[in-house]
Write a protein that binds this ligand. Structure first.
Ligand SMILES: [Zn+2]
Length: 433
């Protein structure tokens, strides 16, 4: 079945690739590795990773390096008003929409050398390979390095016109507000409208990124074709008990909020584990009141987070958790209340055709691939609002990420860039039309 599907896909794609030998070009693993290492020197931390938080001096130095690489690859470089670095290569035909690809180079504090970096270095590799092989495209190409991804997708949010004024006042890890940070990297927070791109301006957006999970590494699969970025909903769950003396209250006369909260935590795990699908549900924080060893907890507040690629599924998981909570509350005489926190981000599915094009590119390059969701947030989720968007994952060794121990092999990075190149050329040849 798998073989039949892949032959069918190849046949369907044939007309777009006919005569295009350029699609056999492969990325250079040594060059990518060397550039990842050089980029890693900006903001290097003693553990071997980087702390290159957005807007910091290390970020500025890393950005300067990226702009140099872009120029070397033949791109003309500008910084938009949101601080996004954009390198552009004109196409052969005028007036065509842009094919944009890229990622980010800022890190979390105590981060690694691959999250984001692989996507930016890989995007530059694509343009450099085109130049070295004398290949031009019909459409203009733009390589982007988004501002402050780790601080809340700042650059991509601005690009799709969704960066709010209140967000600009948020303090970033650099010690600057996002507003001042944007100014510090050469943007203009008062003219973010100029950074906006309208639907139709971009023919496509593609992001190459490390998986940050262990699926590809464990299954020994070369390429993850991302189906979308999962949606997230958060709740505060309050369990009401009755605070009383821990020494004088017999076990059968207690309304113990902690015991109910413990049962509920297990029930949440059970619901998410036993329903079919890839949903995840987590209790990540718990607070007991009054919080003393000698007092039966009168109130416990837990966090509940649910993620899935399907908003309906998240709701189903939540409703089943509510049913379980009701039973626990009734049996233990501890009412349980759910109040949703307003941080929900809806699922962001990638474009179906983009998934097909990326799958074909991997297949034709002889790489194994698999469709999968992204459990982590990415700039690509914003870009789905304005352009057909695709995402290419490469393996993270042991699934470690946001850590100095993050690692992706040079070969895997190059595989990702080769798939990105082939995807860009297929789109340029009309695969999306
Ligand atoms: Zn990232």
């Amino acid at each position: 079945m798998a073989i039949r599907t892949s032959i069918l896909v190849s046949v369907l794609l044939m007309p777009f690739l006919a005569g295009a030998q350029s699609t056999d070009i492969r990325a250079n693993p040594e060059r990518m590795e060397q550039r990842i290492k050089t980029l890693g020197e900006f903001g290097t931390n003693p553990e071997g990773g980087v702390s290159r938080v957005a807007f910091s001096d290390a970020d500025l130095a890393g950005r300067a390096y990226i702009m140099d690489l872009m120029r070397e690859a033949g791109l003309s470089v500008r910084v938009d008003t949101a601080g996004n670095i954009i390198g552009r290569l004109e196409g052969r035909e005028e007036g065509l929409p842009v094919i944009m690809f890229g990622s980010h180079i800022d890190s979390v504090p105590g981060g690694g050398n691959y999250d984001g970096d692989v996507g930016v270095i890989g995007a530059i590799e694509v343009v450099q390979l085109l130049k070295e092989n004398g290949v031009s495209t019909r459409h203009p190409l733009e390589v982007v390095s988004f501002t402050d991804e780790e601080g809340g997708l700042t650059g991509s949010r601005a690009m799709v016109g969704k960066l709010s004024d209140s967000t600009l006042e948020v303090m970033s890890h650099s010690g600057m507000t996002i507003r001042d940070g944007i100014r510090n990297v050469g943007g203009d927070p008062n003219r973010l409208d100029l950074a906006e791109r309208k639907p139709g301006e971009l023919l496509a957006f593609i992001e190459l990124h490390i998986e940050q999970g262990a699926f590809l590494d464990e299954e020994n699969i070369d390429i993850g074709v991302v189906e979308g970025i999962v949606g997230i909903r958060w709740w505060d769950v309050t369990v009401e008990g009755f605070a009383n003396h821990a020494g004088t209250t017999p076990m059968n006369k207690r309304w113990d909020a902690m015991v109910s909260a413990a049962e509920l935590t297990l029930a949440i795990n059970h619901v998410a584990t036993t329903m079919p699908g890839r949903q995840v549900a987590t209790v990540g924080r718990i607070r007991a009141e009054p919080g003393a060893p000698n007092v039966i907890p009168g109130e416990v507040v837990l966090s509940l987070e649910i993620r899935d690629l399907d908003a309906w599924k998240i709701q189903q998981v939540f409703e089943r958790i509510q049913v379980e909570a009701k039973q626990i509350a009734d049996v233990r005489f501890t009412p349980i209340r759910f109040s949703e926190i307003d941080v929900a981000s809806p699922p962001a599915p990638t474009d179906q055709q983009m998934r097909r094009i990326i799958s074909s590119a991997a297949d034709e390059l002889g790489m194994s691939f698999k469709l999968m969701p992204s459990g982590a947030g990415h700039d690509a989720q914003d870009m789905t609002h304005i352009a057909p968007t695709g995402m290419i994952f490469v393996p993270s060794v042991n699934g470690v990420s946001h850590s100095p121990k993050e690692f992706t092999s040079p070969e895997d990075m190059a595989n990702g860039a080769s798939v990105l190149l082939r995807t860009v050329l297929a789109i340029d040849d009309g695969a999306l039309e």
